[in-house]
Ligand binder design. Structure first.
Ligand code: HEC
Length: 330
């Protein structure tokens, strides 16, 4: 009986040792994970802006400023086997993490509009992508900064001779304590933002806010106007999320990005269904009809836009148009 227990204990201890040896081996590789994540984030962000023509917002720029150098800094640190790598990489990734967290709170509507720092240029809430219905670019950025930071925090350095001679100082104990606290705090924030993104990320469709029966049988002239007004309001909101970056907040156009829509003969001369098709496909620079040499991305790059949402946007654009709809040319 005793022997049996002893044997079991030895087996357990051996397993524990094996497991901690395995954990140590993983810890030693974490710096490569941080490097790879920084590289993927950098390439991805360049892909979004240079290939997909998404315009980076103000907060996006700060996150890029902090993410891009991480690739270089980590590469050099790895090549030099520098044991202090985390001391110059963590400040970048922690700052980036803070900005990304703030950006997500704006993006998912937790911070009231009055507090926005994002004033110039593209609105920080612009939804260029909507993966799985809730993952936007700010969330990808937050994930990248979280992975880089956690990897660097837990990355254990190969002990140098100098360190081997040091007694277990109180400093290293307090570093462990900081490591744990920061990790727990970060994971809590990440989980909270994940939940917020999941619940707030789904785009509201027009169908939700306007009962569909209202389209079919308006009870009176009064309710007809109110449905029209509601559609315009809805359209304006969608427009400001997906189109205003390039076409201006009032459709006045932004030089170098998009044309004036309020005074567009193209809009005045075409039906809603033609405009719907045009907005869905966009117009590449290579298109012979392209007159500006700039890309109009399909759906303004907001792939989550549904047809009825684009129709609401068209209703809004017609409401700000200085030209009357004139189909006589067709
Ligand atoms: C990345 C910038 C960008 C975004 C975002 C964008 N557009 Fe455009 N849009 C353009 C450019 C550039 C043109 C002009 C293309 C050309 O030269 O033919 C254009 C042209 C148009 C035109 C034709 C205007 C005319 O007079 O020829 C319409 C209509 C239009 N956009 C609607 C929209 C709508 C609606 C959205 C939002 C769903 C949107 N655009 C989002 C850049 C953009």
């Amino acid at each position: 009986m005793r022997r049996g227990i002893n044997l079991a204990l030895t087996g357990f201890r051996e397993n524990l040792e094996k497991m901690s040896a395995f954990a140590n081996r993983i810890k030693n590789q974490l710096v490569y994970l941080a490097w790879m994540q920084a590289l993927i984030a950098t390439v991805g962000s360049l892909f979004f802006s240079e290939v997909m023509s998404f315009v980076p917002c103000e907060l996006c720029w700060y996150q890029r400023i902090l993410m891009y150098p991480l690739v270089l800094v980590l590469t050099i640190g790895i090549l030099l086997r520098d044991q202090y790598i985390r001391y110059y990489a963590l400040p970048l990734s922690l700052l980036g993490l803070g900005i990304a967290a703030y950006h997500n709170l704006l993006y998912y509507g937790v911070i009231p509009t009055g507090w926005h720092v994002c004033t110039g240029g593209v609105p920080c809430e612009t939804r260029w992508i909507q993966w799985f219905g809730f993952v936007g670019i700010p969330f990808l950025s937050l994930t990248a900064f979280a992975i880089v930071t956690l990897s660097l925090l837990w990355y254990s350095l190969p002990k140098t001779e100098y360190e081997d001679n040091l007694p277990e100082t109180s400093q290293s104990i307090s570093y462990h304590w900081i490591k744990r606290t920061v990790s727990v705090a970060m994971l809590t924030v990440y989980a909270a933002l994940f939940l917020i993104a999941l619940t707030n990320g789904k785009p509201d469709t027009i169908n939700k806010s306007i009962p569909s029966t209202a389209y079919i049988a308006p009870a009176s002239a009064e309710s007809l106007t109110s449905v029209g007004e509601q559609l315009i309001t809805e359209g304006r909101q969608l427009y400001s999320q997906s189109c205003a970056n390039c076409h201006g907040s009032e459709g006045q156009g932004v030089s170098g990005l998009g044309v004036d829509l309020s005074d567009s003969p193209f809009i005045a001369a075409n039906t809603d269904s033609v405009l719907l098709e045009f907005i869905k496909t966009g117009r590449q620079v290579s298109d012979p009809e392209n007159s500006t040499g700039m890309t109009m991305p399909g759906k303004g790059s907001n792939i989550a836009l549904a047809d009825d949402e684009i129709l609401a946007i068209i209703t809004y654009i017609r409401s700000i148009s200085v030209n009357e709809l004139d189909l006589s040319e067709n």
